[in-house]
Unconditional design. Structure first.
Length: 101
């Protein structure tokens, strides 16, 4: 029983270490970050372009995308949320006005 008591502090320290080292607090790899950005861009573009199937999503610049759907074009910007601690990028995708001329 004495050997079990010596292992308890080590086990507790290991449990605390594993709990604090969660991937949710780290930044995403660039390919996964872009995936999340494109996912948000597609979500807001589909709502803004109601009924027009999306054909192309083009990255114009950092945090700027152009979505084309048939005769329509829509620019979507990525806007960061301020963060007080490191972690994955928190952002919103903000659509402009659709141009269907």
């Amino acid at each position: 029983m004495a050997s079990g008591n010596r292992a308890a502090p080590a086990l507790a320290a290991l449990l605390v270490g594993v709990t604090l080292a969660t991937p949710a607090r780290s930044a995403l790899p660039p390919s996964w970050q872009r995936f999340h950005e494109l996912q948000k861009v597609l979500e807001v573009a589909a709502k803004a372009l109601e009924g027009h199937p999306i054909d192309v999503v083009e990255r114009l610049d950092t945090d700027r995308f152009l979505v084309r759907a048939g005769p329509c074009r829509l620019e979507v910007r990525i806007v960061d949320h301020p963060r007080a601690y490191p972690g994955p990028r928190m952002f919103d995708a903000i659509p402009g006005e659709p141009d269907c001329s």
